[in-house]
Design a protein around this ligand. Structure first.
Ligand code: PPS
Length: 304
């Protein structure tokens, strides 16, 4: 089946479903492709902080951790706006009248934190020119795929994912929005040798949030007391984020995200993939992963 006919076979869920158009070989929402010149020419500032991930890798978790660190562990200050306004997704171009991510970012006072899912070669050059700090979070491919599958079901901009087997094929081939997981995690891993990039793993944060929060604070040049670290851990633990409207996306219209189909804060665990993968699918993806990441030194944990 050709790429185009495969895409057509992904049924449009509603009149809000966005089309898939490639930018430099990476599939995006058509609205992102149409506004690519504005995204690519985005003007960074030297004190910008980028939070970068492949979709469904713990972005929102990292956004709230970073904001809590910057607000000295005060949850009231983090309740000033929903997470997607406090730390906008740079390349997001939702249907009007909603603002585009780069417009929100342009209007923000410094210092700004900005979210992106762009792969390394597509990050606007101004961020490299200004040597902006970047926090990258990677999550193992199996849990990431499962989380992305459910996100397709509940988010109206995404097409119907088909059944799990069909989605896994498309995901593994990189024919999903924001492209190949393998290229993404590997590209950013290699970039960290030349730029100020703190490369973190979802599984590590889950295992020892205190350790990882201290790493982040150090990277940001901030000192936190033990008490503040513990407040941040408590505030950002999955069970609390799940019921926090400032981070759980329930403030978006249900016509965009339908949490009754699958909540944004779904499981928040390492190893949920075991409920979805057959043994054959798991071994198949292990082989692809080993091949795609060969020689990079990059390894992932799929259980704790
Ligand atoms: S997005 O849409 O790409 O920005 O999504 P993203 O935030 O990257 O990923 C969503 C998944 O992260 C889980 N999540 C968390 N896990 C552990 N702890 C906390 N605090 C937390 N917050 C969000 C969320 O539940 C999604 O994963 P799944 O596996 O679907 O539950």
């Amino acid at each position: 089946m050709s790429f185009d006919s495969e895409m057509e076979s992904l049924n449009l869920k509603s009149n809000m479903t966005l089309k898939m158009v490639e930018v430099e070989g990476v599939p995006f929402f058509n609205t992102i492709a149409e506004n690519w010149d504005s995204i690519w020419s985005f003007k960074a500032r030297p004190d910008d902080l980028i939070i970068c991930t492949y979709p469904k890798s713990g972005t929102t978790w990292m956004q709230e951790i970073v904001d809590m660190i910057q607000q000295g562990g005060d949850p009231q200050k983090c309740a000033r706006a929903p997470i997607y306004t406090r730390i906008p997704l740079l390349e997001m171009c939702p249907p009007r009248p909603r603002s585009f991510g780069f417009e929100l970012a342009e209007a923000m006072p410094s210092p700004r934190s900005i979210k992106t899912h762009l792969s390394v070669q597509l990050l606007p050059p101004s961020f490299w020119q200004h040597n902006c700090k970047i926090i990258y979070v990677a999550r193992n491919v199996k849990d990431c795929a499962v989380s992305y599958f459910y996100f397709h079901l509940m988010h109206s901009y995404f097409p119907e994912p088909g059944n799990w087997n069909q989605f896994l094929d498309i995901f593994t081939a990189g024919k999903v929005f924001w492209g190949s997981w393998f290229d993404h995690v590997r590209g950013w891993w290699e970039a960290k040798d030349h730029h100020p990039i703190l490369y973190l793993f979802y599984e590590d944060i889950k295992e020892d949030p205190v350790r990882e929060i201290c790493k982040i604070a150090q990277f940001l040049g901030l000192e936190l007391s033990e008490q503040v670290v513990n407040q941040i851990v408590q505030h950002t633990v999955f069970e609390n984020m799940k019921v926090n409207p400032w981070v759980n996306y329930t403030t978006l219209s249900p016509s965009i995200m339908d949490h009754t189909v699958s909540p944004f804060m779904r499981k928040g665990t390492v190893g949920d993939w075991k409920e979805h993968f057959t043994v054959a699918q798991s071994e198949w993806l292990d082989d692809i992963c080993a091949r795609e990441l060969e020689g990079s030194g990059l390894t992932f944990r799929t259980h704790l």
